[in-house]
Design a protein around this ligand. Structure first.
Ligand SMILES: [Zn+2]
Length: 132
């Protein structure tokens, strides 16, 4: 298969993806630390008020879902880097047509062209994930 992007373009995306990867890892470790602090505060100030405990639980849950999203994005970046290494980057995984430079610039982890992505989201109800 002919690579759809030049080496220079691939290197540019590789750099963008790796930068984002580092940033995400930093954010995850910061969020984990914050979550720990909140757990500590919750334990230290425990008043045995069922309602307050529910609020504290909710805070922890919110942080974890943020971490979840970050970890999901890390996986997407990982997969994109593998596609770059295998020269499959920039090609739609469904219809095998070029995804298009503009779409990749807007969303470097995109693995589908716009048409297939819309189709995928309709059939998989992705909903919460923004489809850039
Ligand atoms: Zn497609």
């Amino acid at each position: 298969m002919e690579p759809v992007l030049s080496d220079q373009q691939l290197n540019e995306f590789k750099r963008i993806l790796k930068q984002r990867y580092q940033q995400l890892r930093k954010e995850i470790s910061e969020e984990l630390r914050r979550t720990d602090e909140e757990r500590y505060i919750e334990l230290a100030g425990r008043v045995h008020d069922p309602e307050e405990e529910a609020v504290a639980d909710l805070l922890v849950d919110l942080n974890l879902s943020a971490i979840d999203r970050h970890i999901q994005e890390l996986r997407q970046i990982d997969a994109a880097l593998i596609r770059i290494a295998k020269l499959g980057y920039g090609v739609c995984v469904d219809c095998e047509q070029p995804i298009g430079l503009e779409r990749l610039r807007a969303n470097p982890v995109a693995e589908r062209c716009l048409v297939c992505q819309e189709q995928f989201e309709k059939t998989h109800q992705v909903g919460a994930t923004p489809s850039l």
